[in-house]
Design a protein around this ligand. Structure first.
Ligand SMILES: Cc1ncc(COP(=O)(O)O)c(C=O)c1O
Length: 521
């Protein structure tokens, strides 16, 4: 600020680009505007409390992650208790961030499922990597809305780069494209829509489906395939869910037979869905043969590698997804076995043009009229979503912070933990393990030869429920080939071989107690 003497009474002018001159009586003050930012006082206060609460929160999260093993993994309360806990009117009284943090520490955190706990081996939700957690905080602050380039230019570039990395991992060439979506469900839905549009010569998106078509998949599919077949207008009765072999892979003879039977009735193949990592067991279909059949039938091959895509990072077990690069589209969820925090799913497409053919509608209010319009990538013309979270930031940050090989090491550790559990169970006369794990999912069956199937199922459910109540481990139960199984699936950076040994000892003890219980015998 410079002060000059003047005889002008009182006047303010802009003098030059950055200078604001203010005249009072004989004095003139000239401010360099570029050096000042103006904040109303109350906003200053908000930033101070934002900083304080933010610093506290980061410390809190670091402590939470560091000591996660001491917590009870799952809350032993009735659901109604939690609905009552949050039975509150829409607030109108202002509360400080500190007060809100205290409430969350009392009402939310103790009653969460602690997927970071080493004993969490349940439905495929990873322990999120800490770098990804911080990245997600920044993503919320920037709030880039990357459906359109103009609401997130650098974020769009980063998103494209992460999609390219995923395409490189698959082995797709430069023609490939994709989109990050909320998860495997949306990615499979998008894959099935691409299949419908391609196979019908890009007419179905305008005219609806004409004629009779079917989609083929193994009975081990994830339910997202059923929902997708409904959503693309085909109807679930046109989904052929086919039997698997002893390794839980789609039986090729059953596929050929189903296609032939349909053809005889005038029903054409719209899509074959291959599984590269089944939800139950991580089984991988024979993708090369599925591709050959899809070529013969001139239909689309979509591969669901939502979970199994993590195998592409493995250092020790390469090649387990042989033939993945032959698929027309692939689902991979970085928020599963890439240990990214929710949400980050991906639909990857061998020929990027098909995305534009399926989704390329441009309403006038979104059309870019600038001279850069050819270079500005618009995600909204390549997928369902317009408003779109900045999902790539956490994936990009994770790869930069840990490096691909380190994340691959976590994947390999989970595979080895699963293999160890499989070996422990296979050596025990009371247990059966469904197959040697290809990935990190193990299904164990406790044998009760004298009991009915219903009693055996009850035992599996009761033991899982008791272990859930104790809060040291969490895993799911499932049914495969008409039998009950404990489904144990570490996608967790804190699980160790010792965790598996402790889990197996607990399972064994609980199951044996059940069969010797007087009510059971
Ligand atoms: C093989 C497979 N596909 C799709 C999905 C659905 O993924 P999301 O829960 O991310 O929507 C899952 C979920 O576990 C899965 O295992």
């Amino acid at each position: 600020m410079r002060r000059q003497t003047s005889d002008v009474k009182s006047k303010a002018t802009m003098s030059g680009k950055n200078y604001f001159t203010f005249h009072v009586s004989r004095f003139t003050w000239t401010f360099d505007v570029s050096r000042f930012t103006f904040h109303p006082t109350h906003t200053h206060m908000e930033y101070r409390s934002f900083r304080n609460a933010g610093h506290y929160l980061v410390e809190y999260i670091a402590d939470y992650l560091e000591n996660i093993g001491d917590r009870k993994l799952f809350p032993d309360v009735e659901p109604q208790f939690l609905y009552d806990l949050f039975d509150e009117p829409l607030p109108n009284k202002q509360q400080s961030l500190e007060e809100i943090q205290q409430i969350l520490e009392q009402k939310l955190i103790p009653f969460s499922t602690h997927v970071n706990h080493p004993g969490y081996m349940g439905l495929i939700t990873p322990s999120p990597n800490p770098a990804g957690i911080l990245a997600d905080l920044l993503a919320s602050a920037l709030n880039q809305n990357i459906g359109g380039y103009s609401i997130g230019p650098a974020a769009v570039a980063m998103e494209l780069r992460v999609i390219r990395w995923l395409n490189d991992l698959i082995g797709y060439n430069e023609k490939a494209g994709g989109n990050l979506v909320s998860g495997g469900m949306m990615a499979n839905f998008t894959g099935l829509k691409l299949a419908r549009d391609f196979t019908t010569g890009n007419t179905a998106q305008h005219e609806g489906i004409k004629g009779d078509w079917a989609v083929y998949v193994s009975e081990e599919r994830h339910v997202s395939v059923d929902k997708a077949v409904d959503a693309i207008g085909l109807g679930r009765k046109n989904l052929r869910t086919l039997p698997t072999n002893e390794k839980f892979q789609l039986r090729i003879d059953a596929l050929r037979e189903a296609i032939d039977q349909d053809k005889a009735k005038g029903i054409r193949a719209l899509c074959i869905v291959g599984l590269a990592g089944t939800t139950n067991l991580g089984a991988v279909d024979d993708l090369e043969t599925l591709h050959a059949i899809a070529q013969e039938e001139k239909c689309w091959l979509h591969v669901d590698a939502a979970y199994g895509g993590g195998m592409l990072l493995s250092n020790k077990y390469p090649g387990r997804l042989k033939g993945l690069e032959l698929a027309d589209s692939v689902t991979i969820d970085p928020h599963k076995w890439f240990y990214a925090p929710l949400d980050a799913g991906a639909i990857l497409v061998k020929d990027h043009q098909q995305l534009t053919a399926s989704f390329g509608i441009q309403p006038a209010y979104l059309t870019d009229q600038t001279s850069q319009r050819e270079q500005r990538y618009q995600f909204y013309v390549h997928g369902f979503e317009q408003s779109k979270r900045f999902r790539s930031l956490k994936v990009w940050t994770s790869f930069h912070h840990y490096g691909k090989n380190k994340i691959g090491e976590w994947v390999d550790n989970n595979i080895e933990q699963a293999t160890h559990l499989h070996q422990l169970a296979s050596a025990d006369e009371h247990f059966e393990s469904a197959t040697e794990p290809e990935m990190s999912a193990v299904c164990l069956h406790f044998k009760t030869p004298q009991w009915s199937k219903e009693q055996n199922t009850q035992l599996h459910n009761d033991v899982a429920a008791e272990i859930e109540r104790e809060g040291k481990f969490w895993f799911a139960t499932t049914i495969m080939k008409g039998k009950s199984w404990f489904r144990i699936n570490p996608v967790n950076i804190r699980t160790t071989k010792e965790t598996m040994e402790a889990l197996f000892a607990t399972l064994r003890e609980k199951c044996l107690t059940q069969i010797s219980s007087p009510q059971r015998t």
